[in-house]
Ligand binder design. Structure first.
Ligand code: SF4
Ligand code: SF4
Length: 445
């Protein structure tokens, strides 16, 4: 069995402070790390002990539905860890072995983990439907963390972490290029509106620190321009920090210490710039890490954190938005809808911005993942990613003609166009929610 992605080499790992554990130590280290996590995370210990194998989760998981691979059934996926837990961390498993579902750690154990925990998008849809609320995403987070502590991780995750250490953003872009890009966007806005709207970088004594995803700053620039216009309209004293130009936090997706380091970056940047409010840009898992883990893992923070869509929705009465003549739908990013309390805000914004807003079915916390969530955007996994995106493609196809598909998360923006093209679905335009705010907002009347 071979894992479906390129795995980081020992020399790559050294660059981010990780090392490969020798083969003879892997079993002991895996069991030790699992024991640590089960003791630290009550939810994980409950998951290890609870599953009736009722099978309800199978048909709720787009990964299983798209691949038809037994190990992608949420309960079967969790069992990959549960069996090891039972064998080494319970008395009944030690003495009764396979009779109680325990399994020996062998040379395939970690390869199976690498293969199947990187086909889980950590979307939490299984938890939404499981009668016990068993959240397989928690098992995925634990398994990926243990793998990384053993020095086993996708090259993709290692590369992003190296870029973060070097430049404070996933793309590894240095400060001079950040300033160039900000100036380019300022010129674009000036050409469109005639206004001098600034995108400040590292401006001291700013009330607000805005943290966009680097993809929205360098690639999906209409999302960034929409945010800049919103802040201008509201007269905010705001800035971007070149030391954390990244709402995404890939640490949540493979190593919890890396996640905590990113949370520290946010804290240091906000404190050094004097910000009392941090606004997070359009990134699903980044929002989950900032909202759910920054205080819990890193301790108290002396500023507020809000999501850009929440902030925009709260200020709708202060914006002059004209209705764009578009038929628009919304893809709910999993980490907003099932882990971040961002469901109604994008709907309120879109209804204020466009003539016709239509819902996908299902939607909100029952929405299907795009198939790219949890950072599995590796090119070498494209075939699997397309299978994981099948349910999303079906949802979009059922809507008929759509002028704009709003997908307010950088990973969804990278995944969904590939999925729709793969399944032959043609949508005129796709992008963030803030892109439409930028086009609908009236600035100079
Ligand atoms: S729905 Fe819950 S209890 Fe039933 S098989 Fe899935 S994880 Fe186990
Ligand atoms: S978190 Fe999502 S992808 Fe992972 S097992 Fe559950 S439903 Fe499937």
């Amino acid at each position: 069995m071979k894992p479906p992605m390129h795995v980081a080499k020992e020399t790559d790992l050294a660059a981010i402070g990780f090392a490969v554990s020798p083969l003879q130590e892997q079993q002991q280290k895996t069991v030790g790390k699992l024991n640590e996590l089960v003791n630290a995370m009550r939810s994980l210990s409950v998951i290890m002990e609870t599953c009736t194998k009722c099978g309800i989760c199978a048909n709720q998981c787009h990964s299983y539905l798209g691949t038809d691979d037994f190990n992608n059934i949420p309960a079967a996926r969790a069992d990959l860890v549960r069996r090891i837990y039972k064998r080494y961390l319970t008395l009944r498993g030690k003495y009764l072995g396979s009779y109680v579902g325990a399994e020996e750690f062998d040379d395939q154990t970690l390869t199976k983990w690498l293969t199947y925990f990187y086909q889980c998008n950590e979307c939490r849809r299984c938890a939404r439907f499981c009668p016990f609320g068993i959240d397989t995403a928690e098992v995925t987070i634990a398994a990926r963390h243990i793998l990384s502590e053993l020095g086993i991780m996708p090259k993709f995750m290692q590369g992003i972490t190296a870029n973060m250490i070097k430049s404070g953003n996933n793309m590894g872009i240095p400060k001079p290029a950040i300033i160039d890009c900000a100036e380019f966007m300022e010129e674009e806005i000036k050409e469109e509106t005639g206004l001098d709207i600034k995108i400040p970088i590292d401006k001291p004594n700013s009330d607000v620190l805005y943290i966009p995803s680097s993809a929205d700053f360098f690639t999906n620039i209409d999302t960034m321009i929409g945010a800049a216009k919103l802040f201008y309209k509201l007269g905010l004293n705001w800035t971007i920090s070149s030391s954390i130009l990244e709402a995404a936090n890939f640490g949540l997706l493979f190593n919890l210490k890396v996640m905590s380091e990113h949370n520290d970056r946010m804290k240091e940047a906000a404190l050094s710039l004097g910000a009392k409010l941090v606004i997070q840009g359009e990134c699903g898992h980044g929002w989950r890490a900032a909202k759910m883990y920054s205080e819990g893992v890193n301790g108290p923070i002396p500023f507020e954190i809000i999501h850009i869509l929440d902030f925009c929705a709260l200020n709708l009465d202060n914006l002059q938005l004209r209705k764009l003549p578009l038929r628009v739908t919304l893809h709910d990013p999993c980490n907003y809808a099932r882990a971040g309390e961002i469901c109604e805000q994008p709907r309120q914004i879109l209804r204020a911005c466009v003539d016709e807003f239509v819902e996908m079915t299902p939607n909100r916390d029952e929405n299907f993942c795009c198939g790219g969530g949890s950072g599995i955007l590796m090119d070498e996994m494209m075939e699997i990613r397309m299978k994981l995106g099948k349910m999303k493609a079906d949802q979009v196809k059922a809507l008929g003609k759509i002028d704009y598909l709003a997908m307010p998360c950088s990973i969804c923006k990278a995944q969904i166009p590939n999925v729709l093209s793969h399944y032959g679905i043609d949508i005129a335009n796709m992008g963030g929610v803030m892109d439409l705010v930028g086009k609908a907002i009236v600035l100079n009347e």
